[in-house]
Ligand binder design. Structure first.
Ligand SMILES: [Zn+2]
Length: 169
């Protein structure tokens, strides 16, 4: 596994990427291993951003394995992540709250990539019902929470990113 991960990172770095994103991680233990393998220290060049997937439980955020946001930020920091983030599972509203909490825990750059709302199962197909305009309406609040990089995850497409860019310009 280690060899396969290292190969992927090497090819991407040789191809000219400016940084690597390790995203949609559900378990902190796995994320820490992958981040350590890819850290700028280990591969010698580009920064690494680690992005986990969180569920909202009351007013807190936890991974599927039950690790808290606080635990995640401190462990990924120590593993050598140059930036931290959250992607998938949550929509823009929940991500505002998550970003505010994450900003208090780290001074590193933060990446947030929400889904286009909550998934709806219809005729066996999962759909996301937010429009690009609804999605981008929260972009300024996400930025104001101290976020450095904003993107989109499930249910978004280039139209969502275009609207995001327009709103934030
Ligand atoms: Zn996603």
């Amino acid at each position: 596994m280690e060899a396969a991960f290292k190969d992927q990172a090497r090819v991407l770095v040789e191809g000219g990427v400016h940084f690597l994103i390790i995203e949609t991680m559900y378990a902190l233990e796995e994320a820490v291993v992958v981040v350590a393998l890819h850290s700028a220290k280990a591969q010698g060049s580009v920064p690494v951003v680690a992005s986990m997937t969180f569920n909202k439980v009351k007013d807190g955020f936890f991974t599927m394995m039950g690790e808290s946001l606080e635990e995640v930020v401190s462990s990924l920091d120590q593993a050598g992540a140059d930036g931290l983030g959250a992607n998938c599972t949550l929509g823009t509203q929940d991500m505002i709250l998550l970003a505010e909490k994450m900003r208090k825990l780290t001074s590193k750059p933060i990446l947030i990539q929400p889904n286009a709302g909550k998934p709806v199962l219809k005729d066996g197909i999962t759909r996301y019902e937010q429009t690009p305009e609804e999605f981008a309406a929260d972009a300024k609040a996400i930025r104001a929470a101290g976020v450095d990089m904003i993107g989109g995850c499930c249910g978004t497409d280039p139209n969502f990113i275009r609207e995001l860019a327009r709103v934030l310009e």
